[in-house]
Design a protein around this ligand. Sequence first.
Ligand code: FAS
Ligand code: PHB
Length: 396
Amino acid sequence: MNAHRTKVCIIGAGPAGLLLAFILKTSGIDCLVVERQSRETLEKTIKAGVLEHPTIELFKQLGLGDRMMQDGAFHHGFELAFGGQRHRIDLMDLTDGKYIMVYPQHEVIKDLIAANLAAGTPIYFEAKNVMLNDISTSQPTVHFKQAETDFVITTDFIAGCDGYHGPSRQAIPADQRREFTRIYPCGWFGILCEAEPSADELIYAQSDHGFALISTRTPTVQRMYFQCDPNDDVTNWTDDQIWDALQKCVHNETGWRLKEGKVIQKNIVAMRNFVCETMQFGRLFLAGDAAHIVPPTGAKGLNLAVGDAVVLSRALIERIMHDDEEGLKHYSEMAIKRVWRGEQFSSWMTDLLHDFKGEDPIHRKFRRAQLEQIVSSRSAAASMAENYVGVPFARA
Ligand code: FAS
Ligand code: PHB
């Protein structure tokens, strides 16, 4: 048995866990990360694509922004396509100069892993059978197996950053968890394809054929999604059928079409809102998808995880370095406000852009009226833009 001691044991090497580890480590706080997947897998798993303005500014302030600023694509607006026409939402103009960046999550993960290792943060990859114990005591432990070796970590605090399916949230007694869920009757069929960009900025398309999102990854690899049955299977779709579905969703009066290419990856993303308002129990603190999930429409998932890591790191630093318990005592209520703002916007944007099978036709009329209002009213567009670029991190 390999026994180690640390101040903060972080479970999960996603954006939440790695950012929390980097901030703590560079603030002089002993911590370590326990992750079930290999570094190689983490650094090539395609997930989110959009960084909000507060996330970009934070990474720059932390010295984590070099590669992002070099390889990321700044987007000063996005388009709403409906009724055969495309309408630009000018984020810079509507938010006094704020913007977003398309910089793939797996690139963020590469940057965070490299920065943590350079700072000396121990990261235990390929950890199996991770178990949390004694989370209500002042000396909780985390057990796991790596290769054939058993480990036990004794720690002051556990940060549960292990995503929706991880063990941390489940370690909180069910009768102590306040949970909220909304399940959508559709999913997103996501592809990566070898093609040039079809447009300069993201296009969110609402049509009688369903929703589509035209995003990007690099000048030669594009990321696109179209609305699908959440129980569908990617093997049911040929490349031609995929392109036919996408072209139908963006069909417009100008004859403009998507630039097609070889589909190199397909996956179906289910869509739900989920919030566990109980983001702490004893010495366990949840951050990111471990506590909340959003439908990807508003590009909030990764950015909410970053927001939690900012609030939790500040609270842990105050407790460990200054013996001030207040931030930790109120962590959940501090973090949850920005989470609910992101949850509501993601739900609103999903309802705005998706026709749901079996819904009363009146809802399609409401949807079209809302879209027409957004593209004709500066105040309506500004409200959407303010939420899309990201609201400031929670402050005490
Ligand atoms: P993560 O899920 O990223 O990280 C949790 C980590 O914990 C993982 O590395 C996991 O391996 C590890 N872990 C789990 N169980 C463990 C255990 N038992 N022991 C140790 N480690 C364990 N968001 C968007 O905004 N836009 C998108 O387009 C988008 N697309 C997505 C596509 C997919 C396929 C998925 C799964 C998610 C997508 N998301 C998207 C949401 C995603 O970006 C999350 O919001 C973001 O990764 C949240 O970060 P974390 O909270 O760090 O959780
Ligand atoms: C992506 O590029 O993966 C992406 C962009 C915007 C979204 C969701 C996903 O709203």
